[in-house]
Design a binder for this molecule. Structure first.
Ligand SMILES: [Fe+2]
Length: 149
């Protein structure tokens, strides 16, 4: 049986948080490559949640939480877009922007882990959480570059 969606998402959150904390520090080596790795992991995660998780939350009486999460994702994507056009050579400025992204992602992850996941655990059976796990993985794969699938 597929993995519980909450377990999958928590593992991914942990990985993203550790990449963010490295990128939001000065003096990080191979910043460009690490930033690409962050985006290669973060974007499919965001899209997977948007396609597989939030629509289900809306049906299951968690509409307001889903709407707020969608807005938080959109803010993070906008900030990443801005960071893409900021020169990495100006490390102070780049790191300042990255810190704001880190804060946004940390806030969003706390909302999911402290409010949304407990609500899901209350409202959804473990079968449903597993089938949501496989739907999430599928949505995430469709958002990955072909070579990484
Ligand atoms: Fe999310």
């Amino acid at each position: 049986m597929a993995q519980n969606v909450i377990d999958i998402l928590k593992q991914e959150h942990e990985m993203v948080l550790s990449m963010l904390s490295e990128l939001a520090s000065k003096g990080t080596s191979n910043r460009e490559q690490k930033y690409s790795t962050l985006k290669e992991n973060l974007m499919p995660h965001l899209i997977g949640e948007e396609k597989a998780l939030y629509p289900r939350l809306m049906e299951a009486g968690m509409r307001d939480m889903a709407l707020e999460s969608i807005e938080e994702h959109s803010a993070v994507k906008t900030l990443l877009g801005q960071l893409d056009s900021a020169p990495m050579s100006e490390e102070d400025v780049w790191v300042a922007k990255m810190k704001v992204i880190q804060e946004n992602v940390e806030h969003h992850i706390s909302e999911e882990e402290d409010k949304i996941f407990p609500a899901m655990q209350q409202k959804m059976s473990s079968d449903e959480l597993s089938s949501l796990g496989s739907r999430y993985e599928e949505a995430k794969r469709s958002a990955m570059p072909v070579a990484a699938r």
